[in-house]
Design a protein around this ligand. Structure first.
Ligand code: 13P
Length: 245
């Protein structure tokens, strides 16, 4: 079983387009070996969620914020009221609009308080020969989890999305992804101990398509993938799901 998350970003303009693609998601979600999750833009999330009576497809908010005077945001409580139990936290496109590490940590805490599972996105901006990207990702993880109660079960997913691979021509090599995933796993084990640290699902995002999916999905530490462009292309999505062994 692998997790496939479709991050629609703001690719779809009309409710009709969203609804048509959603029908395809519903069909694909019934396949046995996939946990299919959909992150539509906020304006489509509520209508798609409330129209859905099934169980096989899960919904993810693209962001999560706080209740109160926060123009332009969607709050954790609103997400919960809409019967959505997961949210992306710390996507690089949100970080690029000013969200810093402290902001990510507070959002993770807010998700915890509202029983929303955060999909915490980390990833370096660039790679250099000094392996600085490992340290960078470790710091992002430590910081994102600094308000997470260490004595409680760990209910989050870590998505490794190198910023330079988002919207790019191709992802890093499967070997590079694997090395980073092993490093992230070690980081979690150091923070939370062996049993808890090993149970956290790790997923990869950034230029995944039907050509790269098979090698990424076959990596031992990879529990799934986070799709951008491929998530709004029904044929690509279907082809990616077909690569799950
Ligand atoms: P692409 O798959 O289009 O590179 O986007 C990845 C992404 O940002 C998913 O969150």
């Amino acid at each position: 079983m692998k997790i496939i998350i479709g991050n629609w970003k703001t690719y779809l303009d009309s409710p009709k387009e969203a609804k048509n693609l959603f029908e395809k998601y519903k069909i694909l979600s019934k396949k046995k070996n996939v946990a299919l999750m959909l992150a539509p833009s906020h304006i489509h999330l509520l209508s798609l969620r409330s129209s859905y009576k099934g169980k096989s497809l899960s919904f993810v908010a693209q962001s999560l914020g706080f209740s109160g005077a926060h123009t332009g945001c969607i709050s954790a409580r609103q997400i919960k009221e809409a019967k959505v139990d997961m949210a992306l936290v710390g996507h690089s496109e949100e970080r690029a609009r000013g969200l810093d590490d402290e902001g990510v940590a507070k959002k993770v805490q807010e998700a915890y308080k509202n029983k929303i599972l955060p999909i915490i996105i980390v990833g370096e901006h660039k790679r250099d020969s000094e392996a600085e990207h490992y340290k960078f990702v470790r710091k992002q993880i430590q910081s994102a989890l600094k308000y997470y109660p260490a004595n409680k079960p760990l209910k989050f997913i870590i998505a490794y999305e190198p910023v330079w691979a988002v919207g790019a021509a191709k992802p890093p090599s499967a070997r590079d992804i694997e090395m980073m995933m092993i490093y992230i796993r070690k980081t979690l084990v150091k923070l939370f101990g062996d049993r808890k640290g090993r149970a956290v699902p790790l997923i990869y995002g950034g230029s995944v398509n039907s050509l790269s999916a098979a090698s990424i999905l076959s990596l031992q530490e990879v529990s799934g993938v986070l799709l951008g462009r491929a998530s709004v292309d029904a044929k690509e999505l279907e082809a990616i799901i077909s690569k799950i062994k």
